[in-house]
Design a protein around this ligand. Sequence first.
Ligand SMILES: [Zn+2]
Length: 85
Amino acid sequence: MSCPDCTAAAQRSHWMFTAGCRGCIARGVARLPQFRKVRDAGVLDRAYRQLLEQAGVTHDEVKRAAAADFEQRAQAERGQQRRAA
Ligand SMILES: [Zn+2]
């Protein structure tokens, strides 16, 4: 599910979220440090599972939102630049 904010977030750095949109909720979770930790560790820890439960979205939805999120890609690129430096 997506909305104009999801579409905008896929195209540029965008920090608006539509209430009730699963894509926006998933994108919000994808931007949290808990998701980054899980992605880096490759393990869904307890805190993250609780977060998914509270948000009402699945890990797959969050992963998809992260992959579609321009801001996430920009952050990943900055991270790679930091590591390379
Ligand atoms: Zn949305």
